[in-house]
Write a protein that binds this ligand. Structure first.
Ligand code: SF4
Length: 288
């Protein structure tokens, strides 16, 4: 397994600063749909230091947050994480990205978004930023490779859309990452393992894998209560075993980032929601 490493990729120890650029999401504001993906509660993922601040203030607060925890870095990446961070006009996007890049300690951008929120003009602009010396990476929420699942979770786009966005991004030389959720309703163990085969055909350079967390108050919570038999819900040991098989089928050059997601306990009653990445990685390494 190749573990994701900025030192390997850029020769620098880089720390991501999760930022809230004030974007929304087309699956919430009605452009694509209302209500959002059934598993989504973005509040669960907002770092506390972003609230009510400008981007520059968030960057300063993020650096203080990490420094106070003894995390050393050669520089920082502005990680546009909340909602869909390419969902605005190019003019608005440029203003936000370039405000972040102006900070002397920020070496580049990591932009999380939906595959239906990019276009050639935006990707050309991002490629130009890279050629001017900034690090620029794009991370797509893929979530599932099955259209039946994407419909069931009210995702608002199909997998063909993901293929197209990933290809268009990677062909411009932009490191392209994906995010996938293990355990969405209706997906069996075999379907999950076959996901690795399908992802391996995409020109992604990295992958974040998360177990499904059923967050309180979401549509997914109601669905789980009505049809628990449709959810795989592996415990930690079963999950790690599944991951080992999954990663064994993944193209070996795809670097693995996170393998677990954890939100503050008030958002979920999942018994192993707070298991740390490092702990699961240790268990995983024993199996692969
Ligand atoms: S696309 Fe992202 S922000 Fe929008 S509803 Fe889905 S998970 Fe939430």
């Amino acid at each position: 397994m190749r573990k994701f490493s900025y030192i390997e990729r850029y020769g620098l120890r880089l720390q991501r600063l999760a930022l809230d650029g004030g974007f929304t999401c087309p699956n919430r504001d009605g452009k694509v749909g209302f209500g959002g993906c059934t598993f989504c509660d973005n509040a669960a993922f907002h770092p506390s230091y972003t609230a009510g601040k400008t981007l520059t203030e968030q960057i300063e607060a993020g650096i203080s947050f990490h420094t106070a925890r003894g995390r050393k870095a050669d520089g920082y990446l502005a990680y546009f994480q909340a909602f869909s961070n390419t969902y605005a006009t190019l003019t608005e996007l440029r203003e936000k990205y370039e405000e972040a890049l102006k900070h002397p300690l920020v070496k580049g951008l990591v932009i999380g978004t939906r595959p239906d929120c990019v276009d050639p003009l935006l990707l050309d602009y991002l490629a130009a930023l890279r050629s001017q010396g900034s690090i620029v990476e794009v991370e797509y929420g893929i979530e599932s490779v099955y259209d039946s699942t994407l419909r069931r979770v009210n995702r608002g786009h199909d997998f063909a859309c993901t293929r197209e966005a990933v290809s268009q991004t990677a062909e411009r030389g932009i490191p392209t990452g994906g995010h996938i959720i293990i355990g969405l309703p209706g997906e069996t163990r075999e379907m999950i393992l076959h996901t690795a085969d399908i992802l391996s055909e995409l020109p992604i350079s990295s992958l974040k894998i998360h177990q499904l967390q059923i967050l309180k108050g979401t549509a997914m919570e109601k669905e789980f209560q009505a049809h628990p038999e449709d959810f795989l819900r592996p415990g930690p040991d079963e999950y790690v075993a599944l991951l080992a098989d999954f990663i064994g089928r993944l193209r070996p050059d795809i670097a693995i980032g996170r393998i677990v997601s954890s939100v503050p306990p008030r958002f979920t009653d999942a018994p192993w929601g707070l298991l740390k990445q490092e702990e699961l990685m240790k268990r995983l390494k024993k199996l692969i």
